[in-house]
Design a protein around this ligand. Sequence first.
Ligand SMILES: CCCCCCC/C=C/C(=O)SCCNC(=O)CCNC(=O)[C@H](O)C(C)(C)COP(=O)(O)OP(=O)(O)OC[C@H]1O[C@@H](n2cnc3c(N)ncnc32)[C@H](O)[C@@H]1OP(=O)(O)O
Ligand SMILES: NC(=O)C1=CN([C@@H]2O[C@H](COP(=O)(O)OP(=O)(O)OC[C@H]3O[C@@H](n4cnc5c(N)ncnc54)[C@H](OP(=O)(O)O)[C@@H]3O)[C@@H](O)[C@H]2O)C=CC1
Length: 288
Amino acid sequence: MADGYRSVFAPGLFDGRLMIVTGGGSGIGRCIAHELASLGAHVAITGRRIERLETVRTEIEDVGGAVSCHAFDIRDEAAVVAAIAEIIAAHGPIFGLVNNAGGQYPSPAEELSVKGWDAVIRNNLTGGFIVSREAYKQSMAEHGGSIVNIIADIWGGMPTMAHSGAARAGMLNLTETTACEWARSGVRVNAVAPGWVASSGFDTYDDAMKAELRRLRDEIPLGRYGNESEVSAAVTFLLTPGAAFISGSCIRVDGAVPNHRHTWTNVPTDRSIAFDGFPLATLPECLR
Ligand SMILES: CCCCCCC/C=C/C(=O)SCCNC(=O)CCNC(=O)[C@H](O)C(C)(C)COP(=O)(O)OP(=O)(O)OC[C@H]1O[C@@H](n2cnc3c(N)ncnc32)[C@H](O)[C@@H]1OP(=O)(O)O
Ligand SMILES: NC(=O)C1=CN([C@@H]2O[C@H](COP(=O)(O)OP(=O)(O)OC[C@H]3O[C@@H](n4cnc5c(N)ncnc54)[C@H](OP(=O)(O)O)[C@@H]3O)[C@@H](O)[C@H]2O)C=CC1
């Protein structure tokens, strides 16, 4: 495909296969849509804003890819049921589903209203559940398929992200549980957990959050943000036959962030207050 996406996977790998990418109108989802289309899939991209979807449709069609746009909110059960039926009727059985749509806003836990908590839980857990359930019931239960859920770096606490962390931890268990339940139908379910990925998602943050993101970049062991293609490659691999025995797993695409302990830096200057009943004086000299 001239001037199209440069995937590391074999051309024609997904010829004629229908793949749904939620949140395909921007960022990581747009990139995944481009990669899957470059490999021959018909990609159904979804999101709330039709204009963004149409822009991506034009981009993909311009390089010879097959794509369709479907605007709905993943939290609206009736809309999801209808949209999945419409996609199947128009483009055939669903071979792959990428639950990528999601997002949140930063807030200290004690300032979260229940309404705000619910909005983020529904956006990052309930929505993915509804889309998965419908893709399974309406199509994959008959012939198998592969589902990839985009979550986040949930290994450890992330201040201001209590709602999103809880939702995505739930999504990881949903991944593991549906992988077990739906294996009988030949359906594999996996997750991809991006760390800090420079995407259009960053544009949604205010200046304070952007400054924080620059500071966080210095704490990534690989020394940089990830990019959208690096997330897309992991997702695409999980959709390929090469991943036929992988289900209920999660690939972390994060430059080793969860493995990073502040062992050599950020040591408090006064360590003597660590534990009253066990004065540092009793420790070996080398540990003081
Ligand atoms: C450890 C896990 C997390 C790690 C994350 C790591 C990095 C992740 C990066 C990315 O995700 S990049 C993608 C970024 N994109 C987005 O985040 C999308 C933008 N956000 C949204 O679309 C919305 O915030 C939402 C989460 C979808 C909520 O929208 P919804 O339409 O459902 O709710 P609203 O009716 O607007 O609001 C309901 C309720 O929620 C509270 N609230 C919503 N937004 C904010 C905000 N910006 N600040 C404070 N509070 C907010 C609020 O209580 C709202 O009620 P009302 O006050 O309006 O009555
Ligand atoms: N970038 C990063 O560093 C990280 C991103 N992630 C996650 O990866 C995914 C993609 O993020 P990214 O591309 O960076 O960010 P974007 O904000 O660009 O992408 C989110 C997409 O999801 C769609 N979306 C959001 N809520 C809904 C909804 N309720 N119904 C339907 N569509 C919805 C949006 O479209 P529209 O608004 O038109 O509906 C948008 O296209 C998200 O789930 C994000 O939280 C996780 C960890 C890190």
